[in-house]
Design a protein around this ligand. Sequence first.
Ligand SMILES: Cc1cc2nc3c(=O)[nH]c(=O)nc-3n(C[C@H](O)[C@H](O)[C@H](O)COP(=O)(O)OP(=O)(O)OC[C@H]3O[C@@H](n4cnc5c(N)ncnc54)[C@H](O)[C@@H]3O)c2cc1C
Length: 490
Amino acid sequence: MHSTLSFSQATTVPTTNYAFHSQSPINLRFCGLRREAFGISILTRSSSGRVRLSTRGRSKRTSASTGNNGTPPKSFDYDLIIIGAGVGGHGAALHAVEKGLKTAIIEGDVVGGTCVNRGCVPSKALLAVSGRMRELQSEHHMKALGLQVSAAGYDRQGVADHANNLASKIRSNLTNSMKALGVDILTGFGTIVGPQKVKYGKVGFTDNVVTAKDIIIATGSVPFVPKGIEVDGKTVITSDHALKLEFVPDWIAIVGSGYIGLEFSDVYTALGSEVTFIEALDQLMPGFDPEISKLAQRVLINPRKIDYHTGVFATKITPARDGKPVIVELTDAKTKEHKDTLEVDAALIATGRAPFTYGLGLENINVVTQRGFVPVDERMRVIDANGNLVPHLYCIGDANGKMMLAHAASAQGISVVEQVTGRDHVLNHLSVPAACFTHPEISMVGLTEPQAREKAEKEGFEISVAKTSFKANTKALAENEGEGLAKVIS
Ligand SMILES: Cc1cc2nc3c(=O)[nH]c(=O)nc-3n(C[C@H](O)[C@H](O)[C@H](O)COP(=O)(O)OP(=O)(O)OC[C@H]3O[C@@H](n4cnc5c(N)ncnc54)[C@H](O)[C@@H]3O)c2cc1C
């Protein structure tokens, strides 16, 4: 067991161990997007002129009619159908092609899903701007480096365009990579109509039915909005709206201080907003190691124009209308009594994500969701209402709720493809890193210290904790960024 936490200007993400037995780990990149998403191709052209994926001699080809894993009946249209072309679906599709599977991916909206269109990619584009703005605005920081700049400013539309253009570019690279590699992209909303059978189609058009030996559900998630909060998309918004940066409010309440809320606080404060966090738990950033949260509070919260209310729920939020501001009603999390009322210019709801399985047809195969998530075992095999595994059906990514991160979705997809091509594989989620791309950044892998201590006590072993300060790191000091630490729990 190990856990590494660091708090630094340069992300320190330990190498992920995908544990593919004797095979080298697949090289997953930013947010699990493989190099094809960046337009870096590993395609080769065969003598017949057909474009093929360079598989570096690893895989054998199979097809729906001539497969070598079991005996795929000729009646199947595909070896593998994936429902949802987000990062999870894309990762699975590319690996399936590498393994020689005849593969189709069904997408009801736009290729790239949350990460590319409404998540990691545009948010990192905004954070690239906020990081630079923050540096340029810090006279002390600039002086210490011997730099002189005149007043820093930004063009809101230009910043918004940067995020939007990046998302479009990655989306088109993702689409092209799948097309070039021979993945059939089927457009329309997918519904499972029975074992190994899916229908899909655009609204208003006749449905097509396709069959596959194996099916992967990769339908992702949508923003979760608690009861009592009225989202109008303008002054009361979710991350879907915020990433378009249609306006920069003077004062914004951010409900939820997880990594999404924290990243937006970095963006908004760099662009000039004041932020008020509203957090139901007693401390900010409850998901992080407590020592890291404390340091993050000292560096990312206290020196900025950010205040906060902890131990409270935002039980009612009304958008700005008729000349009135956004009204936020706060209720004490313990006593359930009214605690305060805030009047702000905007409110961002960052209270987590809800799995998206609407219209998927789970009832046709006797599967009942648990808190909305598709129940799966450690191999991502779907479990039915009687607790039995549904043959040939898997669910990866945000829809199963095991670890709602893009590269986790992609790694789960690769793991499933390994299994359906005959190699047993279980993904070790404790080896999947996570990062919060604030300035400075926070990255982590494995258990927090309290979780490690609890496990050690239960299982009867000792842990040790080693720490080093960035004040002792010359590279950090050269950057004038000595505030930070790296912590290893072993
Ligand atoms: C603001 C924000 C920032 C984030 N930053 C990061 C980050 O820095 N790093 C990171 O690792 N993660 C980040 N995430 C999380 C990451 O975006 C998700 O974990 C990831 O997108 C999940 O991938 P997925 O493939 O499971 O689902 P999704 O990306 O949600 O894709 C699901 C796809 O399925 C389609 N679909 C749904 N139902 C159907 C159907 N029935 N038929 C056909 N198609 C269907 C949807 O249209 C969608 O395209 C961020 C999320 C947000 C909101």
